[in-house]
Structure formats: structure tokens, C-alpha cells
Design a protein around this ligand. Structure first.
Ligand code: ZN
Length: 289
């Protein structure tokens, strides 16, 4: 039986400025951000639009995509032509556009072989009475198309109330949007294919951002069905463990650690984000962010 050496990698995140971004990645997380409208910290990313550099000395100068290509043994030799996930912290000072992502098959066919995008959100922080956009209220595909073409957004958009610590799975074909004041840890497939349905008629540099109405109507599922998730919480030595979801692309867990805790990192590899507090990992100091 093969055993895998334990390795820890630390990354220099890539930051993305967005019209809806804020400054909390600096004020709450201590990052050196490029400006006051920084919307996203790509904390674990091997995407061509933001490939994180490795901070560990022994792999200095390499990016995560190179590490994946050149050292498959570090990832348990799991199959795949690219690092499959992208993990971000999102600071939404303003609302994000109402959007939808395609399935793998649709993206491969219509977006140059790109992956589709399943994603999920862990709510790090949000205002009291916050709501996110998840799903829509059209009963059929025809009604959906009418509501979008006629701009009946109040009827169309479905909101869910949220609080800190909630978790939401967004399958492809699900209309969704993060709303102002939310900080979210997002785990997603390594893709940036987004179809924008509605952008609140906002302007960027004097012009509206591009919408993708026909692609959106193609991929939005009607009627809306909430995603299946298998969440549970248990007390284990040194931590309270919450399992949020296991899906085809990832599983997501939270460990509220108090004391000494040992993670069973399973067969392949585990992506870890420290979202609160401080401590050490095998003697290496770590803190929020
Ligand atoms: Zn999305």
C-alpha cells in the first residue's frame, strides 16, 4: 500500500478589484490589497486569470498550476488535467450581479473547453437580516424567459435569509447573487464562466457590464430546486466538526478548533482556509487569512 508524505503549502493570493468590492480583506483579514474596491482574494487558485505563487522555500517561484503539473504525487496522483478547484474570500461592499453558471457539458461545448461551475458559500460575516439571491420564482422555462426579457425582476428573484455560519450550495443552472455587506468563503470549480442575467443597471467606466441573457436562459433550471446537502455537526477531540456538503467536485467541512486537533486529510489532498483566530499547524504559526 502506498502512503503519502504529508506536505503543507502556503500561497500568495491573487486579489481582484471589482465594482462591488470593498476594503475588508485588508481591515478584517490583514491582506495587503491593491485598492479599496477589492472584491476577491483568490486564496487557493491555479486559474490562468490568477495563478497563486507558492510561498514555501523549496518550491519558491512556482505557481500552483505548475506544482499540479510537475508534482502530481503531492496531490496523491489524483486524475485531472488541471487543479480542479478555486477557493476565494469575497468582500461584497455592494451587490454582485444576478448570475448563473453552466454545467461542464455546456461550458465545454460553448466556452472553449472550460469547466462549468458548481460553487458553494460559507457566510463568514453578513449584516443582520441579510438575504442572498438563490433561485427564482418562475414555474416554467417559458415563464422564466418572459420574466427576464420583460425585466420583471421583483417577481423573478428569489431571496433566502442568511446569518453568519450558514452554508449554501449553488449547483450549475441556479440563479444566484451575493448581496452587499456579506463576506463569504467560496469553494468552486476552477472556472470563471459566469452568465450575467441582471446587473441592477449599473455602469462601469460609464458603460453597463455585458449581460448574457440568452446563455442564461439556456442554462437556468426551471422550476428552481434547492440543492441537496448532507450537513451534520459532531464533537470530536479538539474540535467541533461541521460537515456541509459532499458533491461530485468537493466536500466542505468546518472545524472550530479549541485545543490540539488532528485532521485526517484523507487520500488525496485537502485545501484549508483559516477564517478566524490563530494557532499553529505542526509548529507553523497561522492566523485568520
Ligand atoms: Zn457564482
Amino acid at each position: 500500500m502506498k502512503t503519502y508524505e504529508t506536505n503543507y503549502f502556503f500561497y500568495y493570493p491573487v486579489f481582484k478589484q471589482m465594482i462591488w468590492g470593498g476594503d475588508r480583506l485588508a481591515t478584517d483579514f490583514g491582506y495587503d490589497i491593491p485598492g479599496d474596491n477589492t472584491g476577491e482574494c483568490w486564496g487557493i487558485s491555479a486559474h490562468t486569470s490568477g495563478d497563486d505563487s507558492i510561498a514555501n522555500d523549496c518550491y519558491a517561484g512556482m505557481t500552483l498550476s505548475q506544482l499540479w503539473d510537475e508534482h502530481p504525487e503531492l496531490f496523491g496522483n489524483i486524475e485531472g488535467d488541471r487543479f480542479p478547484l478555486l477557493i476565494k474570500i469575497i468582500d461584497a461592499k455592494d451587490n454582485l450581479s444576478i448570475q448563473v453558471h453552466p454545467y461542464d457539458e455546456y461550458a465545454a461545448k460553448n466556452e472553449n473547453g472550460s469547466l462549468g461551475k458548481t460553487e458553494c458559500w460559507y457566510i463568514i460575516d453578513c449584516p443582520d437580516d441579510a438575504k442572498l439571491v438563490v433561485g427564482h420564482n418562475a414555474k416554467t422555462h417559458e415563464e422564466l424567459s418572459d420574466m427576464i426579457h420583460e425585466g420583471r425582476w421583483d417577481e423573478f428573484i428569489r431571496y433566502v435569509p442568511i446569518k453568519k455560519g450558514d452554508f449554501i450550495q449553488i449547483d450549475p443552472g441556479t440563479v444566484h447573487a451575493i448581496t452587499s455587506g456579506c463576506m463569504i468563503l467560496e469553494t468552486q470549480q476552477n472556472s470563471d464562466i459566469t452568465y450575467r442575467v441582471y446587473d441592477y443597471d449599473r455602469l462601469q467606466n460609464g458603460k453597463p457590464r455585458q449581460l448574457h441573457v440568452e446563455q442564461s436562459i439556456d442554462v437556468i433550471e426551471a422550476p428552481f430546486k434547492p440543492a441537496d446537502i448532507d450537513t451534520f455537526t459532531e464533537e470530536i477531540p479538539g474540535a467541533v466538526h461541521t460537515h456541509f456538503v459532499t458533491c461530485k467536485f468537493y466536500s466542505v467541512d468546518k472545524y472550530d478548533i479549541d485545543g490540539v486537533f488532528t485532521l485526517d486529510a484523507k487520500k488525496y489532498y485537502t485545501n484549508v482556509s483559516v477564517i478566524a483566530g490563530e494557532g499553529t499547524v505542526n509548529g507553523i504559526p497561522v492566523k485568520k487569512g
